[in-house]
Design a protein around this ligand. Structure first.
Ligand SMILES: NC(=O)C1=CN([C@@H]2O[C@H](COP(=O)(O)OP(=O)(O)OC[C@H]3O[C@@H](n4cnc5c(N)ncnc54)[C@H](O)[C@@H]3O)[C@@H](O)[C@H]2O)C=CC1
Ligand SMILES: O=C(CO)COP(=O)(O)O
Length: 339
Protein backbone atom coordinates (compact mmCIF):
# COMPACT_ATOMS: atom_id res chain seq x y z
CA UNK A 1 0.00 0.00 0.00
CA UNK A 2 1.37 3.41 -0.93
CA UNK A 3 -0.47 5.73 1.42
CA UNK A 4 -2.60 5.43 4.53
CA UNK A 5 -5.78 7.51 4.36
CA UNK A 6 -8.57 8.49 6.70
CA UNK A 7 -11.79 7.39 5.05
CA UNK A 8 -15.46 7.56 6.03
CA UNK A 9 -18.27 5.33 4.88
CA UNK A 10 -21.74 6.80 5.37
CA UNK A 11 -24.40 4.13 5.80
CA UNK A 12 -24.89 1.33 8.28
CA UNK A 13 -26.36 -1.20 5.85
CA UNK A 14 -24.85 -4.25 4.24
CA UNK A 15 -22.98 -2.50 1.46
CA UNK A 16 -21.58 0.27 3.67
CA UNK A 17 -20.30 -2.42 6.03
CA UNK A 18 -18.74 -4.47 3.23
CA UNK A 19 -16.95 -1.42 1.79
CA UNK A 20 -15.75 -0.33 5.24
CA UNK A 21 -14.26 -3.78 5.82
CA UNK A 22 -12.37 -3.76 2.50
CA UNK A 23 -10.90 -0.32 3.17
CA UNK A 24 -9.97 -1.19 6.75
CA UNK A 25 -8.40 -4.45 5.57
CA UNK A 26 -6.12 -2.38 3.34
CA UNK A 27 -4.79 -0.55 6.41
CA UNK A 28 -6.72 2.71 6.19
CA UNK A 29 -8.27 4.41 9.22
CA UNK A 30 -11.92 3.76 8.52
CA UNK A 31 -14.96 5.38 10.09
CA UNK A 32 -18.41 3.98 9.45
CA UNK A 33 -21.31 6.29 10.18
CA UNK A 34 -24.81 5.07 10.95
CA UNK A 35 -27.62 7.35 12.11
CA UNK A 36 -28.91 5.20 14.97
CA UNK A 37 -26.78 5.79 18.08
CA UNK A 38 -27.76 2.52 19.78
CA UNK A 39 -27.00 0.44 16.71
CA UNK A 40 -23.69 2.25 16.19
CA UNK A 41 -22.65 1.61 19.79
CA UNK A 42 -23.65 -2.06 19.53
CA UNK A 43 -21.72 -2.56 16.28
CA UNK A 44 -18.67 -0.81 17.70
CA UNK A 45 -18.76 -2.90 20.86
CA UNK A 46 -19.72 -6.29 19.36
CA UNK A 47 -17.47 -5.74 16.29
CA UNK A 48 -20.29 -6.99 14.09
CA UNK A 49 -23.21 -5.46 12.16
CA UNK A 50 -25.58 -8.13 13.39
CA UNK A 51 -28.72 -6.94 11.59
CA UNK A 52 -27.29 -6.56 8.08
CA UNK A 53 -24.30 -8.91 8.04
CA UNK A 54 -24.60 -11.31 10.96
CA UNK A 55 -21.57 -13.42 11.71
CA UNK A 56 -19.16 -11.17 9.81
CA UNK A 57 -16.47 -9.64 12.03
CA UNK A 58 -15.83 -5.92 11.60
CA UNK A 59 -12.18 -5.24 10.86
CA UNK A 60 -10.28 -3.73 13.80
CA UNK A 61 -9.54 -0.58 11.74
CA UNK A 62 -13.26 0.25 11.46
CA UNK A 63 -14.58 2.72 14.03
CA UNK A 64 -18.38 2.91 14.07
CA UNK A 65 -20.02 6.17 15.09
CA UNK A 66 -23.37 7.97 14.91
CA UNK A 67 -21.65 11.37 14.99
CA UNK A 68 -21.70 12.51 11.37
CA UNK A 69 -19.39 15.46 11.87
CA UNK A 70 -16.79 13.37 13.68
CA UNK A 71 -17.07 10.69 10.98
CA UNK A 72 -16.28 12.91 7.99
CA UNK A 73 -13.95 15.56 9.36
CA UNK A 74 -10.35 15.29 8.15
CA UNK A 75 -11.28 12.49 5.74
CA UNK A 76 -9.62 12.47 2.34
CA UNK A 77 -12.32 10.18 0.96
CA UNK A 78 -15.99 9.69 1.85
CA UNK A 79 -18.07 6.81 0.43
CA UNK A 80 -21.83 7.32 0.54
CA UNK A 81 -23.81 4.05 0.84
CA UNK A 82 -27.22 5.50 1.66
CA UNK A 83 -30.43 4.58 -0.22
CA UNK A 84 -31.36 7.09 -2.94
CA UNK A 85 -34.44 8.20 -0.98
CA UNK A 86 -32.26 9.65 1.83
CA UNK A 87 -28.99 10.25 0.00
CA UNK A 88 -29.35 14.03 -0.43
CA UNK A 89 -30.42 14.57 3.18
CA UNK A 90 -27.32 12.79 4.52
CA UNK A 91 -24.91 14.47 2.10
CA UNK A 92 -26.38 17.87 2.95
CA UNK A 93 -25.92 17.27 6.68
CA UNK A 94 -22.32 16.18 6.20
CA UNK A 95 -21.34 18.94 3.73
CA UNK A 96 -20.26 21.63 6.25
CA UNK A 97 -17.83 19.19 7.94
CA UNK A 98 -16.21 17.81 4.80
CA UNK A 99 -12.53 18.50 4.25
CA UNK A 100 -11.93 20.77 1.27
CA UNK A 101 -10.92 18.77 -1.79
CA UNK A 102 -12.07 15.44 -0.39
CA UNK A 103 -13.23 12.76 -2.79
CA UNK A 104 -16.92 11.76 -2.58
CA UNK A 105 -17.94 8.38 -3.95
CA UNK A 106 -21.52 7.17 -4.32
CA UNK A 107 -22.20 3.44 -4.11
CA UNK A 108 -25.95 3.93 -4.49
CA UNK A 109 -27.76 2.30 -7.40
CA UNK A 110 -30.84 4.44 -7.68
CA UNK A 111 -32.42 7.66 -8.88
CA UNK A 112 -33.64 10.38 -6.57
CA UNK A 113 -37.43 10.18 -6.08
CA UNK A 114 -39.44 13.11 -7.36
CA UNK A 115 -37.11 13.97 -10.22
CA UNK A 116 -34.55 12.36 -12.44
CA UNK A 117 -31.29 12.98 -10.63
CA UNK A 118 -28.53 10.46 -10.12
CA UNK A 119 -26.37 10.42 -7.02
CA UNK A 120 -23.39 12.07 -8.74
CA UNK A 121 -25.73 14.99 -9.59
CA UNK A 122 -26.77 15.19 -5.95
CA UNK A 123 -23.14 15.18 -4.78
CA UNK A 124 -22.24 17.99 -7.19
CA UNK A 125 -25.28 20.02 -6.16
CA UNK A 126 -24.80 19.60 -2.41
CA UNK A 127 -21.01 19.94 -2.40
CA UNK A 128 -20.12 22.29 -5.27
CA UNK A 129 -16.60 21.74 -6.54
CA UNK A 130 -16.41 18.25 -5.00
CA UNK A 131 -14.29 15.58 -6.64
CA UNK A 132 -16.91 12.96 -7.40
CA UNK A 133 -16.83 9.27 -8.27
CA UNK A 134 -19.38 6.47 -8.46
CA UNK A 135 -18.88 2.80 -7.69
CA UNK A 136 -21.04 0.16 -9.36
CA UNK A 137 -20.74 -3.48 -10.38
CA UNK A 138 -21.78 -7.07 -9.65
CA UNK A 139 -21.16 -6.82 -5.93
CA UNK A 140 -23.34 -8.67 -3.44
CA UNK A 141 -22.21 -7.41 -0.03
CA UNK A 142 -22.54 -10.92 1.41
CA UNK A 143 -20.15 -12.33 -1.19
CA UNK A 144 -17.64 -9.49 -0.78
CA UNK A 145 -17.34 -10.13 2.96
CA UNK A 146 -17.02 -13.87 2.27
CA UNK A 147 -13.98 -12.99 0.12
CA UNK A 148 -15.42 -14.31 -3.14
CA UNK A 149 -13.37 -12.97 -6.05
CA UNK A 150 -15.16 -9.78 -7.08
CA UNK A 151 -14.73 -6.84 -9.45
CA UNK A 152 -16.37 -3.46 -9.67
CA UNK A 153 -16.15 -0.19 -11.61
CA UNK A 154 -15.23 3.27 -10.40
CA UNK A 155 -16.29 6.06 -12.72
CA UNK A 156 -15.19 9.66 -12.51
CA UNK A 157 -14.50 12.55 -14.84
CA UNK A 158 -11.22 12.96 -12.97
CA UNK A 159 -8.67 10.27 -13.69
CA UNK A 160 -6.87 10.73 -10.36
CA UNK A 161 -10.12 10.04 -8.51
CA UNK A 162 -10.38 6.68 -10.29
CA UNK A 163 -6.74 5.86 -9.55
CA UNK A 164 -7.07 6.76 -5.85
CA UNK A 165 -10.22 4.65 -5.42
CA UNK A 166 -8.61 1.74 -7.26
CA UNK A 167 -5.70 1.83 -4.82
CA UNK A 168 -7.86 2.19 -1.73
CA UNK A 169 -10.15 -0.75 -2.58
CA UNK A 170 -7.89 -3.20 -4.42
CA UNK A 171 -7.23 -6.39 -2.46
CA UNK A 172 -6.39 -10.04 -3.10
CA UNK A 173 -10.07 -10.69 -3.74
CA UNK A 174 -11.38 -7.32 -4.97
CA UNK A 175 -10.53 -5.63 -8.28
CA UNK A 176 -11.58 -2.17 -9.43
CA UNK A 177 -11.83 -1.24 -13.12
CA UNK A 178 -12.15 2.41 -14.16
CA UNK A 179 -14.44 4.36 -16.44
CA UNK A 180 -14.81 8.00 -17.53
CA UNK A 181 -18.53 7.54 -18.14
CA UNK A 182 -20.12 8.48 -14.81
CA UNK A 183 -23.63 8.76 -16.25
CA UNK A 184 -23.44 5.44 -18.11
CA UNK A 185 -22.20 3.57 -15.03
CA UNK A 186 -24.86 5.08 -12.76
CA UNK A 187 -27.56 4.43 -15.30
CA UNK A 188 -26.46 0.80 -15.62
CA UNK A 189 -26.50 0.20 -11.86
CA UNK A 190 -29.95 1.73 -11.50
CA UNK A 191 -31.60 0.10 -14.52
CA UNK A 192 -30.51 -3.46 -13.76
CA UNK A 193 -32.57 -3.43 -10.55
CA UNK A 194 -35.76 -3.21 -12.61
CA UNK A 195 -34.91 -6.35 -14.54
CA UNK A 196 -33.95 -8.23 -11.37
CA UNK A 197 -37.57 -7.69 -10.26
CA UNK A 198 -38.74 -9.01 -13.65
CA UNK A 199 -36.63 -12.19 -13.54
CA UNK A 200 -37.46 -12.81 -9.88
CA UNK A 201 -41.13 -12.70 -10.81
CA UNK A 202 -40.52 -14.98 -13.79
CA UNK A 203 -38.81 -17.50 -11.49
CA UNK A 204 -41.82 -17.47 -9.17
CA UNK A 205 -44.17 -18.40 -11.98
CA UNK A 206 -41.87 -21.24 -12.99
CA UNK A 207 -40.32 -20.16 -16.29
CA UNK A 208 -37.40 -22.14 -17.76
CA UNK A 209 -33.87 -21.16 -18.73
CA UNK A 210 -34.89 -20.17 -22.28
CA UNK A 211 -37.16 -17.53 -20.79
CA UNK A 212 -34.53 -16.32 -18.35
CA UNK A 213 -32.03 -15.86 -21.15
CA UNK A 214 -34.65 -14.09 -23.27
CA UNK A 215 -35.44 -11.72 -20.41
CA UNK A 216 -31.84 -10.86 -19.56
CA UNK A 217 -30.89 -10.25 -23.19
CA UNK A 218 -33.91 -8.13 -24.02
CA UNK A 219 -33.35 -6.23 -20.74
CA UNK A 220 -29.92 -5.28 -22.01
CA UNK A 221 -31.45 -4.13 -25.32
CA UNK A 222 -33.83 -1.86 -23.39
CA UNK A 223 -31.04 -0.54 -21.19
CA UNK A 224 -28.93 0.34 -24.24
CA UNK A 225 -31.85 2.00 -26.03
CA UNK A 226 -32.61 4.09 -22.97
CA UNK A 227 -28.96 5.06 -22.48
CA UNK A 228 -28.74 6.09 -26.13
CA UNK A 229 -31.90 8.22 -25.86
CA UNK A 230 -30.46 10.03 -22.85
CA UNK A 231 -27.14 10.72 -24.54
CA UNK A 232 -25.11 8.20 -22.51
CA UNK A 233 -22.70 5.82 -24.25
CA UNK A 234 -24.61 2.53 -24.71
CA UNK A 235 -21.25 0.71 -24.76
CA UNK A 236 -20.81 1.40 -21.05
CA UNK A 237 -23.71 -0.97 -20.51
CA UNK A 238 -21.74 -3.96 -21.74
CA UNK A 239 -19.21 -3.66 -18.91
CA UNK A 240 -19.28 -4.93 -15.34
CA UNK A 241 -21.70 -2.24 -14.15
CA UNK A 242 -24.18 -3.16 -16.89
CA UNK A 243 -24.07 -6.73 -18.20
CA UNK A 244 -22.10 -7.92 -15.16
CA UNK A 245 -24.59 -6.66 -12.61
CA UNK A 246 -27.57 -7.55 -14.80
CA UNK A 247 -26.49 -11.21 -14.95
CA UNK A 248 -25.78 -11.25 -11.21
CA UNK A 249 -28.98 -9.76 -9.92
CA UNK A 250 -31.21 -11.43 -12.51
CA UNK A 251 -29.90 -14.86 -11.49
CA UNK A 252 -29.79 -14.89 -7.71
CA UNK A 253 -32.11 -14.59 -4.78
CA UNK A 254 -29.31 -12.81 -2.92
CA UNK A 255 -30.68 -9.80 -4.82
CA UNK A 256 -33.36 -7.97 -2.86
CA UNK A 257 -34.91 -6.70 -6.08
CA UNK A 258 -35.11 -10.27 -7.40
CA UNK A 259 -36.74 -11.34 -4.13
CA UNK A 260 -39.34 -8.54 -4.35
CA UNK A 261 -40.23 -9.77 -7.84
CA UNK A 262 -40.35 -13.37 -6.63
CA UNK A 263 -42.74 -12.57 -3.80
CA UNK A 264 -45.06 -10.49 -6.00
CA UNK A 265 -44.96 -13.35 -8.53
CA UNK A 266 -46.16 -15.65 -5.75
CA UNK A 267 -49.10 -13.33 -5.13
CA UNK A 268 -47.86 -11.21 -2.25
CA UNK A 269 -48.86 -7.52 -2.33
CA UNK A 270 -45.94 -5.25 -3.26
CA UNK A 271 -45.99 -3.34 0.04
CA UNK A 272 -45.86 -6.61 1.97
CA UNK A 273 -42.94 -7.87 -0.15
CA UNK A 274 -40.99 -4.66 0.50
CA UNK A 275 -41.69 -4.90 4.23
CA UNK A 276 -40.63 -8.56 4.33
CA UNK A 277 -37.28 -7.77 2.68
CA UNK A 278 -36.57 -5.15 5.38
CA UNK A 279 -33.75 -3.65 3.31
CA UNK A 280 -33.67 -1.28 0.37
CA UNK A 281 -34.86 -2.58 -3.04
CA UNK A 282 -34.09 0.44 -5.21
CA UNK A 283 -35.71 -1.04 -8.33
CA UNK A 284 -39.28 -0.48 -7.12
CA UNK A 285 -38.94 3.29 -7.25
CA UNK A 286 -36.72 3.11 -10.34
CA UNK A 287 -39.48 1.35 -12.32
CA UNK A 288 -41.77 4.36 -11.80
CA UNK A 289 -39.13 6.92 -12.73
CA UNK A 290 -37.91 5.07 -15.82
CA UNK A 291 -41.43 4.36 -17.08
CA UNK A 292 -42.24 8.05 -16.80
CA UNK A 293 -39.02 9.09 -18.56
CA UNK A 294 -39.35 6.45 -21.29
CA UNK A 295 -42.90 7.63 -22.03
CA UNK A 296 -41.73 11.25 -22.10
CA UNK A 297 -38.89 10.46 -24.51
CA UNK A 298 -40.78 7.87 -26.56
CA UNK A 299 -38.29 5.08 -25.81
CA UNK A 300 -39.62 1.57 -26.44
CA UNK A 301 -39.21 -0.35 -23.16
CA UNK A 302 -41.76 -3.17 -23.15
CA UNK A 303 -40.32 -4.91 -20.06
CA UNK A 304 -40.40 -1.69 -18.05
CA UNK A 305 -44.01 -1.11 -19.14
CA UNK A 306 -44.87 -4.70 -18.25
CA UNK A 307 -43.43 -4.64 -14.75
CA UNK A 308 -44.94 -1.21 -14.14
CA UNK A 309 -48.35 -2.57 -15.17
CA UNK A 310 -48.04 -5.49 -12.75
CA UNK A 311 -46.65 -3.54 -9.80
CA UNK A 312 -48.61 -0.30 -10.06
CA UNK A 313 -51.57 -0.76 -12.44
CA UNK A 314 -52.97 -4.00 -10.98
CA UNK A 315 -52.66 -5.81 -14.33
CA UNK A 316 -52.77 -9.61 -14.03
CA UNK A 317 -49.43 -11.30 -14.84
CA UNK A 318 -50.82 -13.71 -17.54
CA UNK A 319 -52.39 -10.80 -19.41
CA UNK A 320 -49.14 -8.82 -19.33
CA UNK A 321 -47.15 -11.82 -20.58
CA UNK A 322 -49.64 -12.28 -23.44
CA UNK A 323 -49.11 -8.65 -24.42
CA UNK A 324 -45.32 -9.06 -24.37
CA UNK A 325 -45.38 -12.22 -26.48
CA UNK A 326 -47.66 -10.68 -29.11
CA UNK A 327 -45.62 -7.47 -29.50
CA UNK A 328 -43.83 -6.58 -32.75
CA UNK A 329 -40.88 -8.88 -33.58
CA UNK A 330 -38.12 -6.35 -34.22
CA UNK A 331 -34.32 -6.41 -34.69
CA UNK A 332 -32.19 -8.56 -32.43
CA UNK A 333 -29.08 -6.36 -32.20
CA UNK A 334 -29.84 -2.73 -32.97
CA UNK A 335 -26.33 -1.39 -32.29
CA UNK A 336 -23.14 -1.67 -34.25
CA UNK A 337 -19.76 -0.09 -33.53
CA UNK A 338 -19.20 2.55 -36.20
CA UNK A 339 -15.81 3.90 -37.42
N1 LIG B 1 -26.20 -4.71 -0.53
C1 LIG B 1 -25.56 -4.88 -1.66
O1 LIG B 1 -25.15 -6.01 -1.99
C2 LIG B 1 -25.29 -3.71 -2.55
C3 LIG B 1 -25.95 -2.49 -2.41
N2 LIG B 1 -25.65 -1.45 -3.22
C4 LIG B 1 -26.34 -0.18 -3.11
O2 LIG B 1 -25.92 0.49 -1.94
C5 LIG B 1 -26.99 1.32 -1.45
C6 LIG B 1 -27.18 1.02 0.01
O3 LIG B 1 -27.56 -0.33 0.06
P1 LIG B 1 -27.42 -1.29 1.30
O4 LIG B 1 -26.30 -0.94 2.19
O5 LIG B 1 -27.44 -2.64 0.73
O6 LIG B 1 -28.82 -0.98 1.98
P2 LIG B 1 -29.40 -1.53 3.32
O7 LIG B 1 -30.87 -1.57 3.18
O8 LIG B 1 -28.64 -2.75 3.73
O9 LIG B 1 -29.00 -0.37 4.34
C7 LIG B 1 -29.35 0.96 4.16
C8 LIG B 1 -28.77 1.75 5.31
O10 LIG B 1 -29.07 3.12 5.10
C9 LIG B 1 -29.59 3.63 6.31
N3 LIG B 1 -30.47 4.75 6.06
C10 LIG B 1 -31.66 4.78 5.44
N4 LIG B 1 -32.16 6.03 5.49
C11 LIG B 1 -31.27 6.79 6.15
C12 LIG B 1 -31.24 8.16 6.54
N5 LIG B 1 -32.21 9.01 6.26
N6 LIG B 1 -30.16 8.59 7.23
C13 LIG B 1 -29.17 7.75 7.54
N7 LIG B 1 -29.14 6.44 7.21
C14 LIG B 1 -30.19 5.98 6.52
C15 LIG B 1 -30.34 2.46 6.94
O11 LIG B 1 -30.53 2.67 8.32
C16 LIG B 1 -29.35 1.33 6.65
O12 LIG B 1 -28.34 1.31 7.62
C17 LIG B 1 -28.23 1.00 -2.31
O13 LIG B 1 -28.43 2.00 -3.24
C18 LIG B 1 -27.85 -0.30 -3.00
O14 LIG B 1 -28.44 -0.38 -4.28
C19 LIG B 1 -24.68 -1.54 -4.14
C20 LIG B 1 -24.00 -2.72 -4.33
C21 LIG B 1 -24.31 -3.91 -3.59
O1 LIG C 1 -26.62 -4.34 -6.62
C1 LIG C 1 -26.47 -5.38 -6.04
C2 LIG C 1 -25.40 -6.33 -6.35
O2 LIG C 1 -24.54 -5.83 -7.32
C3 LIG C 1 -27.42 -5.75 -4.97
O3 LIG C 1 -28.65 -5.99 -5.54
P1 LIG C 1 -29.97 -5.82 -4.71
O4 LIG C 1 -30.04 -4.38 -4.30
O5 LIG C 1 -31.05 -6.25 -5.62
O6 LIG C 1 -29.83 -6.71 -3.51
Amino acid sequence: MTQKNTIAVLGGGSFGTAIANIIAGNGHDTRQWMRNADKAAKCQEARENSFYLPGVPLHENVQVTSDLQAAVQDCEIVFVAIPSSSFREVVRLSAPSLQENCILVSTTKGIEPGGFKFMSNVLHEEVPGARVGVLSGPNFAKEIVANHYTATVVASEQEDVCRTIQQVLHSDTFRVYSSEDVFGVELAGSLKNIYAIVTGMAAAIGVGQNTNSLLITRSLAEMMRFADALGADPMSLIGLAGVGDLILTCSSDLSRNYRVGYMVGQGKPLEQAIADIGQVAEGVNTVKLIKHKADELGVYMPLVSAIHAILFEKCPIPEVIKGLMSGAQTFDVAYSVKN
